[in-house]
Design a protein around this ligand. Structure first.
Ligand SMILES: CC(C)(COP(=O)(O)OP(=O)(O)OC[C@H]1O[C@@H](n2cnc3c(N)ncnc32)[C@H](O)[C@@H]1OP(=O)(O)O)[C@@H](O)C(=O)NCCC(=O)NCCS
Length: 197
């Protein structure tokens, strides 16, 4: 998989995670309010777990989200032996309610479809997380089912709504360049457009 690039949006910088993010990562994602809405962030969260996570990629494209030079969360997708990626996002609690998750996720969805040769993106939110459902709706995803998923932080399974965004729909919503144009650097021009540069 290609190296994670730096993407700029109107208010955010999305960049690869680095090992030096570990202590800030613990401060943000170590909050139970954040971890309990994800399937895979443990609580309590220890710095050694963060360091291990920061080293491993295993088919994931992960962006650290920065606002005014500070790490505030993460957005990424996991793509394992298929052309369907699974989108995830989280922010530290101090940064909720400002539209940052939508802004960062839009950039990552655009990137994923423009560079990733994906047929679709999926996602899922716990049913007690309406903010996440709202973001996925704003991103153009359609709810398509229910399943039960483990939350490591809560220590039990919870009902989830599952979501999907097909490439064809994304092509229209995000005004994506055709794959041939993307290969010729079209996605760089696209990011210049969405970041207003
Ligand atoms: C979910 C999360 C990413 C949202 O981040 P955010 O930056 O506050 O999200 P945004 O501001 O971009 O958008 C949130 C939307 O949900 C809406 N919303 C917030 N709380 C809501 C609620 N209780 N009920 C309904 N809608 C709600 C907001 O009004 C906003 O919609 P709008 O733009 O139409 O007004 C953040 O709360 C978080 O990190 N939570 C913990 C981890 C998590 O849940 N990750 C997602 C796992 S699927």
């Amino acid at each position: 998989m290609a190296q994670t690039p730096v993407l700029n949006t109107a208010r955010l910088t999305l960049r690869p995670f680095r090992l030096g993010d570990a202590s800030r990562f613990v401060g943000l994602a170590g909050d139970l309010a954040v971890a309990r809405m994800t399937s895979d962030i443990p609580h309590p969260l220890y710095i050694w777990q963060c360091r291990r996570w920061l080293r491993q990629a295993r088919g994931e494209v992960r962006f650290a989200v920065e606002h005014q030079g500070e790490l505030i969360g993460g957005v990424g997708y996991f793509c394992h032996r298929s052309r369907v990626g699974e989108l995830g996002f989280w922010l530290g609690q101090d940064y909720w309610g400002k539209g940052f998750a939508t802004e960062a996720s839009r950039a990552v969805v655009t990137y994923a479809f423009t560079t990733g040769h994906l047929d679709a993106l999926t996602s899922a939110n716990f049913i007690d997380n309406p903010a996440s459902a709202r973001i996925l709706t704003k991103l153009g995803f359609t709810a398509n089912g229910r399943m039960r998923t483990q939350s490591i932080a809560r220590g039990h399974e919870i009902d989830c709504t599952t979501w999907r965004l097909e490439r064809e729909a994304a092509q229209v919503i995000y005004r994506l360049p055709q794959p041939s144009a993307a290969a010729a650097g079209g996605w760089m021009r696209l990011f210049a457009r969405i970041s207003g540069r």
